[in-house]
Ligand binder design. Structure first.
Ligand code: PGA
Length: 254
């Protein structure tokens, strides 16, 4: 029997939406999702965190996250934002290991591991992203790759710390491409990840772990994906920028 895991629908805005438009978008979404039966997480650019934090106060199931952070808490790192700064803004979550950070900014699992540790030390919750490329899947290497990514990223992370981490499985070939993993492919990988984490930590830890699917999730495919027992929510990019689409996804999560 798996422990109860409340579904989490997270909207990663990436480098989109102007600060002056952010409150309007959030209000539209919250109005359209007033009967939501899941946790909702907004992940805007850094520049929007302060105003959205003030907007979303004391709303039990609505959270704010950042898209990245540096591994140090302060210092001469021009242009960077530290986990301590995010905590000081009362940010709840930080996304680490997103494939765009890996691809365009050269982040590897060793660095991501340092970032995870620094974020957890500030009591931030972490959304850790992993996923294989199209060629890795075609070569049948997708599970090996995920196992390697997770082993490296979770090195030195305790079971207690794991309880503050959500994993997002995002096949790189499905991100922003309109191609979605089938519910069967996603469920198969989610089950693989859960068993992996159960073996690394404990069955209880594996059962408690929330595993999100990400990659071209939209209103029309959300129910199919979210009705699978191993899929505990979604990390949504493009469709999180349109209030009606994002609300459809939120309302599909029960
Ligand atoms: P997408 O992005 O929904 O636009 O495919 C998902 C993500 O990058 O988290």
């Amino acid at each position: 029997m798996s422990d109860f895991r409340k579904k989490l629908i997270a909207g990663n805005w990436k480098m989109n939406v102007l600060p002056s438009q952010a409150e309007h978008l959030v209000n539209e979404i919250l109005n359209g999702a007033s009967n939501a039966d899941c946790d909702i997480l907004f992940i805007p650019p850094y520049t929007h965190l302060h105003s959205l934090r003030s907007l979303i106060q004391n709303q039990g199931s609505v959270f704010i996250g950042a898209q990245n952070c540096h591994q140090e808490n302060s210092g001469a790192f021009t242009g960077e934002i530290s986990p301590e700064m995010l905590k000081d803004l009362n940010v709840d979550f930080v996304v680490l290991g997103h494939s765009e950070r890996r691809q365009y900014f050269g982040e590897n699992d060793k660095l991501i591991n340092q970032k995870i540790k620094s974020a957890l030390a500030q009591n931030l919750k972490v959304i850790y992203c992993c996923g294989e490329s199209e060629s890795e899947r075609e070569a049948g290497k997708h599970k090996d790759l995920i196992e390697m990514q997770i082993a490296a990223a979770f090195s030195g992370i305790s079971e207690k710390e794991l309880s503050q981490i959500v994993i997002a499985y995002e096949p790189v070939w499905a991100i922003g491409t309109g191609k979605t993993a089938s519910p069967e492919q996603a469920e198969d990988m989610h089950n693989f990840i859960r068993v992996l984490l159960s073996n690394m930590y404990s069955e209880t830890a594996g059962n408690k772990l929330r595993i999100l699917y990400g990659g071209s999730v939209k209103g029309s495919n959300a129910s199919d994906l979210l009705s699978r027992p191993g899929i505990d929510g979604a990390l949504v990019g493009g469709a999180s920028l349109k209030a009606d689409e994002f609300c459809k996804i939120i309302n599909a999560a029960k």
